[in-house]
Design a protein around this ligand. Structure first.
Ligand SMILES: C[S@@+](CC[C@H](N)C(=O)[O-])C[C@H]1O[C@@H](n2cnc3c(N)ncnc32)[C@H](O)[C@@H]1O
Length: 352
């Protein structure tokens, strides 16, 4: 049943139940399966406020919110800012289904941007037009939280309608016939709105959502959760390359230049220090220094650089007590038919 109001307080249903309402996605590097470990590691310490510096899918921010913390979420991807605006900062606004239905009405002039730019690339003409209609309606919305819910629902729809949920290839080659791919854009969108509405809640605390480079977020909190892209020399950790289409939606392709020669019509990845070993090491050092007064909780994996020893040494520069919690974790890749599993250890480092 759809809720009409969302002044829900976590006390009423408990953190665990509230967490189940988070609309999960398959975002690269999402910690949705590690939440309990992150919470167990954090909750040994007394803290009231949290910065989630690389919030990605928003699932960790939401987890801390369910535990009654004042959460500041940040990611340099605009799409990261959309989800945390809708479900972390927002504590009471929903987008009523009747209003959502108005957004899909084909009664507005569109700029045909998606229809023309991405013709024959990810979706058919009809679906591309649907996206443009939604974009045009969303652009006219005044309420920032309703707008974020609508945009998040559109992003979720596009990801669900895309085999593997990514935009690194063109055409339909990974279509394994799953239900999500058969369902219409309209059904996906309205379902997504209902799901997001249902996840809106207040924990009685002031929470904030930001969309800046990690080095430029000048905020303070008792605990800082640090989960940047994992650097390995072999694998690709570029978020923009994977998600450029939905990231483009989130920022309406403002301030980026589509690389017209590419088949995928992607735009350049944003610069981040986490694309080289030295860059990552220096960035960790800078972040640890900047937040040296806070409890530091870092997620990183065993096949990434800096390695475990280096990370411990970096943390020890600023923190007296450094602890590592190894978690055996299996990453899976591919479509339903070709699932490969890769055994790595996921580390949670804590500096206090
Ligand atoms: C491993 S993911 C975070 C996953 C997140 N904890 C979750 O559970 O969904 C890393 C995130 O860092 C973001 N990112 C990369 N470089 C950044 C930078 N310089 N500043 C802020 N965010 C950055 C990426 O957009 C990506 O969402």
């Amino acid at each position: 049943m759809e809720r009409t109001s969302s002044s829900l307080h976590t006390d009423k249903i408990g953190a665990e139940q509230q967490m189940k309402l988070f609309p999960a996605t398959r975002y690269m590097g999402s910690k949705s399966k590690l939440l309990q470990y992150i919470w167990d590691a954090s909750s040994k310490y007394k803290f009231d406020s949290v910065i989630d510096l690389f919030s990605g899918s928003g699932v960790v921010s939401y987890m801390y919110k369910t535990h009654g913390k004042a959460v500041i979420s940040n990611d340099y991807m605009a799409m990261g800012g959309v989800i945390t605006k809708a479900l972390v900062e927002n504590d009471s606004t929903i987008l009523p289904v009747e209003e959502a239905k108005e957004l899909i009405k084909d009664n507005i002039d569109t700029d045909e941007f998606v229809y023309k730019t991405f013709k024959g690339i990810y979706y058919n003409d009809e679906d591309n037009h649907f996206i443009d209609v939604l974009r045009a309606h969303i652009a006219l919305m005044d309420d920032e939280y309703k707008k974020a819910i609508a945009m998040q629902a559109l992003i979720r729809t596009c990801v669900k309608k895309r085999p593997r949920g990514i935009f690194t290839y063109v055409g339909d080659r990974y279509n394994d016939g799953r239900k999500d791919l058969q369902k219409s854009f309209e059904d996906h969108f309205l379902e997504a709105v209902a799901l997001i509405n249902n996840a809106v809640f207040s924990n009685g605390r002031h929470c904030e959502s930001y969309n800046v480079d990690s080095m430029n977020l000048n905020k303070k909190a008792d605990l800082v959760y640090i989960d940047p892209p994992y650097y390995t020399p072999k694998s690709d950790n570029e978020y923009v390359r994977r998600y450029h289409f939905v990231e483009g939606l989130a920022r309406d392709w403002k301030g980026v230049e589509i690389q017209e020669h590419t088949k995928t019509k992607k735009f350049k990845s944003y610069p981040t220090p986490f694309s080289t070993k030295d860059g990552a090491e220096n960035a960790f050092d800078t972040i640890f220094k900047q937040y040296s007064d806070s409890i530091l909780v870092v997620s990183y994996s065993s096949n990434s650089l800096p390695n475990m020893e280096d990370m411990i040494n970096l943390l020890k520069k600023y923190k007296n007590n450094v602890e590592v919690i190894p978690v055996d974790y299996k990453y899976s890749f591919g479509t339903r038919n070709t699932v490969k599993r890769n055994n790595v250890q996921e580390y949670i480092f804590i500096g206090a």
